[in-house]
Design a protein. Sequence first.
Length: 95
Amino acid sequence: MMKKFYDQGGVTISEAAMNKEFDTRPVFDLAQQLKIMNRGGGTSEVDKWLTGIAEFMKANGTFPEAPSTRSFVTDEYLRMVDSDPKLKAFANNAN
């Protein structure tokens, strides 16, 4: 999918470069996703990451105000998957 995305944008990427890019990105299982999205202590890790990106975009004039992550980020669907044994098993299947 990444290669197709790059191709559509006119960017050619080698298999080695694509693999290297993936090696530098963390991948989170369902439990880890729920953990980084947990707002039990106030602000989640995901809130912090996206707020940083939004502040950068604001500083560069992309938009006038950085939106609150609470206005567009929720763990609602992750919690639904976690509460359904069949969906949870599917989400945790590494194949």
